[in-house]
Design a binder for this molecule. Sequence first.
Ligand SMILES: Cc1cc2nc3c(=O)[nH]c(=O)nc-3n(C[C@H](O)[C@H](O)[C@H](O)COP(=O)(O)OP(=O)(O)OC[C@H]3O[C@@H](n4cnc5c(N)ncnc54)[C@H](O)[C@@H]3O)c2cc1C
Length: 460
Amino acid sequence: MENTCKITDLICLPDTKLPRVVVVGGGFAGLALVEGLKKRNVQVVLIDKNNFHQFQPLFYQVATSALEPDSIVFPIRKQISGYKNVQFRLAEVVEIEPSRNLLFTNKGKLTYDYLILATGTTTNFFGLENVEKNSLGMKDIRDSLNIRHMMLQNLEQAAITCDDEERDALTNFVIVGGGPAGVEMAGALAEFCRYILPKDYPEYPSSIMKIYLVEAMDELLGAMSDKASEKTLEYLKNLDVEVLLNEAVSDYDGKVVQTKSGKMLLARNLVWTAGVKGQFPKGISKESIVKGNRLKTNGYLQVDGHKNIYAIGDIAALISEATPKGHPQVAQTAIQQGKYLAEMLTDLIDDKPSKQFKYKDKGSLATVGKRRAVADLGKLKFGGYFAWLLWSVVHLMSISGFRNKLLVGFNWVISYFTYEKSNRVIIRNFKQSSHIDSPSDEQFGTLEKSENMQKTKIDA
Ligand SMILES: Cc1cc2nc3c(=O)[nH]c(=O)nc-3n(C[C@H](O)[C@H](O)[C@H](O)COP(=O)(O)OP(=O)(O)OC[C@H]3O[C@@H](n4cnc5c(N)ncnc54)[C@H](O)[C@@H]3O)c2cc1C
C-alpha cells in the first residue's frame, strides 16, 4: 500500500482521495462514531493515547479487588479489526492548528478534513492542590489500580504499626463526591470491610475500617430522583458508611481531611470522585470553551467558531434552550452522539440535509453493593434486588468483547455466592507522590517537550 511518509515527522497513513475524518479518543463516543463510519466513503483515523478502550463504570470494582483490569479494558485494534477504512494510531494529540487543518501529536503530525474531538474528561480537583497531591482520582484504569494498591498496602501497614492513631488513619477511607462513582465505591468498600476484612485481617476488628462519603450538596445522586437519593442513603447507612451531606472538603495533608465547616477526618486513603473537567488539545478558540472546560457545540455537534471540528461525548456541551447545561456526561450521551455524527458526516459529505442531534434518555441506574441498586426509568423509579439485577445485566451487555463479558460475569457469579474478591494482591509498590496518571508521563515524555518538538519541526 502506498503511503505518504515522505516527511519524517508526518504520521504514516495510507494515501487516499477520500475525505479524512480524524477521531481523537477511543472512548464510548469515539468508538461509536468509528463503528458508524466503518463502511462509508471516508478514511477514518482514530487516535488515542492508550491502545485500549476503558469501561469506566466498573473502575470501582478494579479498585476494590473485585475485577482484574484487563476484564474492563479492551484493545482498540481488536475492536476495529475488519474495519477496512479505519486506521488506528497510538499517540497523544497536543495541539490543533485549525487554519491549516493540522493536528500535532507527540509522535508526529497529520492533516484532516474533518476533526472530531472525543477526548472525554479528567478529574477536577477544583484548584485544591494539597488534595490533588495527596489523594487519588478515579478516571483511568491506572487510578483504579493505584487505589487498590494504596488500600492493600495501607491495610498491611496497619497490621505492622504499633501506633493506634496511625492504624486508624491507615484503615479509614474518605470518598469525596456523592455521584454514582462515589456511591458505588463506598458500597463496594463497605462490603470489603464487612466480608473480607474479618477473614484476611483477623488481627483487627472490622469496625476499625471507617468509611466516610462526603458530598457538598444536600443529597446523594443529585442527577437522579429524590426516591433514588433517599434509598441510596438508606442502603449506605445500613452498610455502616458515614455519609456527610452539605460538607465540602477543603484541605488534605495525606492524613487529615479538613472540611469547610471545620470537621477533621483521620484517613490515609482519600478517593476523589467529586468532579470532572473536559480535556482537549490546545488550539480551540477560547470563545467555544464553556463551564466544566467543555466545548460548546451547535445542534450538529459542530464546535462553535470552527467549520470542520466537532465534539462528542463528555467533552461536548450542546447548549440549547432544552439543555442549558449541555447533556449529561454519561456513556449513553457519548454513544448516541457518536452514532449521530456518523450519519450526519455521511450526509454532509454526500451533500444531503440532516437533522439536529436529539438525546434519548434511557434512564439511570446506580448500585450500592450487592443486591441493592436504584433505578430511574422514565416515570418508573424503584430500588432493591430487581434494580440490582437490571444494573448487572445492562453493565454486562455494555462491556466490549465476549471474553471480557465472560470474565466479568464469572467473577460476579462467584462473588454473588461467596462474597469473595479474589484479586487482592499487591503486584507493585504504590507511592502516593509518584503515581503515574497517564502514559504521557512515562512512556512519551512530557507534553510540553513533545509539543515544542513538533512545532519546531513544522516551522522549519
Ligand atoms: C468512575 C466512573 C464511573 C462512571 N459510571 C458511569 C455509569 O455507571 N454510567 C454511565 O453512563 N456513565 C458512567 N460514567 C461516565 C462515562 O464513563 C463517560 O460519560 C464516558 O466514558 C464518556 O465517553 P467519552 O467517549 O466522551 O470519553 P472517554 O470514555 O473518557 O474516552 C476518552 C478517550 O480519549 C482519549 N484521549 C483523551 N485525550 C487524548 C489526547 N489528547 N490524545 C489522544 N487520546 C486522548 C482517552 O485515552 C480515552 O480513550 C462513569 C465515569 C467514571 C469516571
